[in-house]
Design a protein around this ligand. Sequence first.
Ligand SMILES: [Zn+2]
Length: 168
Amino acid sequence: MNEEQLLKTDRDGLSSKDDEYYMGIALRLAKEAASEGEVPVGAVALWEDGRVVGVGKNRRESEKCALCHAEIEAIAEANRTLGGWRLHKCTLFVTLEPCPMCAGAITNARIKRLVIGARDPRAGAYGSVFNINDLPLNHKTELTCGVLEEECAGVLKDFFKDLRKIGK
Ligand SMILES: [Zn+2]
């Protein structure tokens, strides 16, 4: 294997350290959302060449829109960046397990791989409430769970603790 091939292999296979790096960006977006009074969830879309092509954070309250989840925003931005709807060479990093709406969008966008931080036992559509990959759909998304799990769950826990403190 020559050097060029070796480099290509390196780029093709993201290491777990890379997963943590990009999840760290998603986590920063989640913290931004929290500071804006939003439930802290962040998402980053990475193209196979290493470009971040879309980012998103939950903006449901500020936009007064049920559709404004972090994943939807990241997918929409990736579509604009790439000039196409098909994200079959994208890895999506999300701090919280996607809900059924976002799982549908991830499937429709043909996202290659999904990396999840914390589990969502109440609404998670990748194994918690159900697993969309078990349904007979025409696309399955590769799954990696538990990347920076404690940190991702921690921002949510802190957010809801602070909400209770101010009696909302
Ligand atoms: Zn969602």
